[in-house]
Design a protein around this ligand. Structure first.
Ligand code: C2O
Ligand code: CU
Ligand code: CU
Length: 456
């Protein structure tokens, strides 16, 4: 298997980590002034945060922020990001939900060599689909995502959509104690269950923020679950909100309803009719408040509900000629295995195979080989008592049906497979490569629930 060589950071003098001190912002943003638009230099580096008042959390950030700098691009255009690794561990960037060539997918030893400390890697791809996406490493994920290496990637529609206001809300629950110190990102006995939960819930790195929104306007809220393990049960009591997109892909607008379960890796774009100035709504996870949405005075004329967002150019699977493949997600009998000898914990498996995150050759043994441009139905069966947000790299699939809930078919890259649920998804295998297929509960992925799907 061949992959792109990393590049050594030479001749990039002056890019030392300066922290957030004087001149920090310009340094961190690193958006070169005289290069075409949508070019970024994205630096990953240690970053001290004050998540708990009066205490320091030694986080890791992208572009001087955790969650990281919001990257933006227009649909159909190229996005070029020079990723500069100023951490003292190796890393990569994966572009979650973006349909791109394998060499840009950020999976170590499959797409590229890991980017070593002091090195950089140039990511360069076209954003074919508009929507709310995100980025994160695909190396030592429990710790790297846990420390804050997660960030939004917004691909704007080609034409104006009718939304004049929008906000991005990245949801993350930090694994820190009362003094702001990190606690274990992956506790084995939790990995064998629902995953290791953090303690401090934040939106854009802030616990319980108040978002001021212009009264009477319809604001697009892009909610991104960048958390390692938590499924947020989103609700907005008394709010007038409609769902416009799920996981980056437009849906026929419909009311948010009582609750929407946003699993790790998933996104939801809501349109919210902002209440009058001074009025507040509470965006919640189950009964817990995540943020206060507050109307503030605005001189703009009241907004109206924008039309359905334009569909992304995704090939429609032909179910009549599709081949059906079955995938069972189950508990692995072997518990700690050979951990003492350097093996990984394996609690989970797909069709009887557990992925070993310490074995660089796993991707050479794909769990399925698909024909390029073939049409496929995957039957996903969860044989466990815990839910799994199942994610596929490289291609977007259509959710067809479930034995547990009514599905209005829609395109996505991550499907939250509930306890004991069986669901059917379909797609056209139009992107050649070796694509990761895994649960986005990071603890599950790192303890076996990952496989490679090959398209040739
Ligand atoms: Cu966001 Cu391999 O995942
Ligand atoms: Cu992904
Ligand atoms: Cu899982």
């Amino acid at each position: 298997m061949s992959f792109t060589r990393r590049q050594v950071l030479a001749g990039l003098a002056g890019l030392g980590v300066a922290g957030l001190g004087a001149g920090g912002v310009r340094y961190w943003l690193g958006r070169p002034e005289n290069v075409a638009t949508h070019d970024y230099e994205l630096i990953a580096a240690p970053l001290d945060l004050e998540l708990v008042p009066g205490h320091v959390t030694s986080a890791w950030g992208y572009g001087g922020q955790a969650p990281g700098l919001e990257l933006r691009c227009r649909q159909g255009e190229r996005l070029r990001v020079r990723f500069i690794n100023k951490l003292d561990v190796q890393s990569t960037i994966h572009w979650h939900g973006i349909r791109l060539p394998l060499e840009m997918d950020g999976v170590p030893y499959v797409s590229q060599a890991p980017v070593l400390p002091g090195e950089f890697f140039d990511y360069d791809f076209i954003c074919h689909d508009a929507g709310s996406f995100w980025y994160h490493p695909h190396t030592a994920s429990a710790e790297q995502l846990g420390r804050g290496l997660v960030g939004p990637l917004i691909v704007e529609e080609r034409e104006p959509t009718g939304f004049r206001h929008e906000r991005t809300l990245s949801l993350k629950t930090w694994h820190i104690d009362e003094q702001g110190a990190f606690t274990d990102f992956l506790v084995p006995r939790q990995a064998a269950r629902e995953g290791t939960r953090g303690r401090l819930t934040t939106i854009n790195g802030e616990p319980n923020p108040t978002l001021e929104l212009p009264e009477g306007q319809v604001v697009r809220l892009r909610l991104i679950n960048v958390d390692n393990t938590i499924t947020y049960r989103l609700n907005l009591p008394g709010g007038e909100a409609r769902i416009y997109a799920l996981d980056g892909n437009p849906v026929q607008p419909r009311p948010l309803g009582k609750e929407y379960w946003l699993g790790p890796g998933m996104r939801i774009d809501l349109a919210l009719k902002v209440p009058s100035a001074g009025e507040e709504l509470s965006l919640r996870n189950g009964p817990l408040r995540l943020a206060t949405l507050k109307g503030v005075a605005s001189s703009e004329v009241a907004g109206d509900w924008p039309p359905l967002l334009p569909a992304n150019p995704i090939a429609e699977p032909d179910l009549a000629r599709a081949e059906t493949l079955r995938f069972n997600f189950e508990w692995a009998a072997m518990l700690s295995g050979n951990v003492e000898r350097g093996g990984s914990y394996k609690y989970w498996q797909i069709n009887g195979q557990a992925w070993d995150i310490n074995d660089k050759t796993c991707a050479e043994r794909p769990i399925a080989t698909l024909k390029k441009d073939g049409h496929y139905i995957f039957v996903l069966r969860n044989m466990a008592q815990y839910q799994h947000p199942i994610h596929l790299h490289g291609m977007t699939f259509k959710v067809l049906s479930s034995d547990r809930r009514k599905i209005i078919p829609y395109f996505t890259d991550t499907y939250l497979l509930g306890k004991n649920e069986t669901a059917r998804i379909a797609f056209v295998a139009d992107n050649p490569g070796v694509w990761m297929f895994h649960c986005h509960v990071i603890d599950h992925m790192e303890t076996g629930l990952m496989a490679a799907i090959e398209v040739v």
